[in-house]
Design a protein around this ligand. Structure first.
Ligand SMILES: Nc1ncnc2c1ncn2[C@@H]1O[C@H](COP(=O)(O)OP(=O)(O)O)[C@@H](O)[C@H]1O
Ligand SMILES: [Mg+2]
Length: 329
């Protein structure tokens, strides 16, 4: 048995990079893993299967034969039918149950992908975030919008699982005009409404803070004339050193938000205090990304973000437990 144990610890760790897109991010991760003597194999979760006749653990992970990876790094999960996504997430849940460290874990990804659950968990943890509500009833949602408009407020309607700034609409009282709720068919018949935070500057900006292993490691400003300040919507990135009391406070909010969702790493979107200064903190959390891209942030960051993620996975996450936690890479 001692011989077997030393054989296991002698071999390089094999990491599955779960991604539906082979490209810049997966190449950076593979390079960082290679530099640490590990292998990173890209696997599309859509190609993974449950097959109880295949191996004792009942999972088929392409490229791993009857074995399981030593750890899984989730880089992307393709959208699909409810059934397809249920099984894809189920496979990540199963890997965790089988003792494979999954970075980020499926439970945490589910919480962050669902914007309403993010709002709820941030609220419960006392983290500054704009008020948000959901409703399956269009009639109820219309009343919420009308109430906001009566108070001269506007709200942001967002797709529950949206990303890259797609599908966001302002509703309510906007520049003296009432904008009503659009039909919810494009929103999965669900209204997720978040209080709008007016920008105090022109052009406005967001902060994106990357939190890795409980530390805010990098930040940037996303500056845009557009009120939706995603890089995919044309915002440009400016470096934001995490120094000075205000930025340290913002970084701390991002760390707390990541912890509230139980994420190993996250890209946290924050907006500055609104122009009316109604919020005491320097910033409010708009969204927490559990499958965060970092290409924009890398352009204004001096260290290799992929290497930072891989180091956190190999040193902290694997050391914390799992079937190969004792194995040094
Ligand atoms: N409540 C809000 N108030 C002001 N701006 C917002 C609000 N919600 C979103 N935005 C703007 O839209 C961007 C995208 O919203 P976000 O909730 O992060 O969705 P996505 O998942 O599409 O990135 C934010 O980064 C911000 O610039
Ligand atoms: Mg966002």
């Amino acid at each position: 048995m001692a011989g077997k144990a030393s054989l296991v610890s002698a071999r390089a760790l094999r990491i599955a990079i779960m991604t539906d897109e082979i490209g810049w991010h997966s190449a950076r991760l593979q390079k960082a893993l290679r530099a640490r003597g590990c292998s990173g194999r890209c696997v599309d979760l859509a190609d993974c299967r449950i097959d109880t006749g295949w191996a004792w653990h009942g999972l088929v992970i392409p490229g791993f034969g009857r074995d399981l990876p030593d750890a899984v790094l989730v880089r992307g999960i393709a959208g699909g039918t409810f059934e397809q996504v249920t099984v894809r997430l189920g496979i990540l849940h199963a890997l965790r149950e089988l003792g494979v460290p999954v970075y980020n874990d499926a439970r945490a990804i589910e919480r962050s992908v669902d914007k309403s659950m993010t709002s709820l968990l941030l609220h419960l943890a006392g983290i500054p975030t704009p008020h948000a509500s959901t409703s399956e009833s269009a009639a109820h949602a219309r009343r919420v919008v009308m109430r906001a408009a009566a108070g001269n407020q506007r709200l942001v309607l967002k797709p529950l699982f949206g990303s890259q700034g797609n599908g966001l609409r302002q509703v309510g009282q906007i520049d003296g005009e009432f904008v009503e709720l659009p039909p919810l068919v494009e929103y999965g018949q669900l209204a997720y409404l978040q209080q709008y935070v007016e920008s105090a500057t022109r052009p406005g900006f967001d902060w994106r803070v990357l939190v890795v292993g409980g530390r805010a490691v990098a930040a940037m400003r996303r500056v845009s004339k557009n009120w939706v300040r995603n890089v995919a919507q044309g915002a440009h990135c400016e470096p934001e050193p995490i120094t000075g009391s205000s930025m340290l406070e913002i970084a701390d909010i991002a760390v707390q938000a990541t912890a509230a969702l139980d994420l190993d790493y996250a890209g946290v979107d924050l907006v500055p205090r609104d122009s009316a200064g109604t919020v005491v903190s320097a910033a409010q959390v708009i969204e927490v990304n559990g499958v965060a891209a970092w290409r924009g942030l890398q352009t204004v960051t001096s260290f290799d973000i992929a290497a930072c993620l891989v180091d956190d996975l190999l040193t902290r996450k694997l050391a914390a437990g799992g079937r190969c936690g004792r194995v040094a890479c």
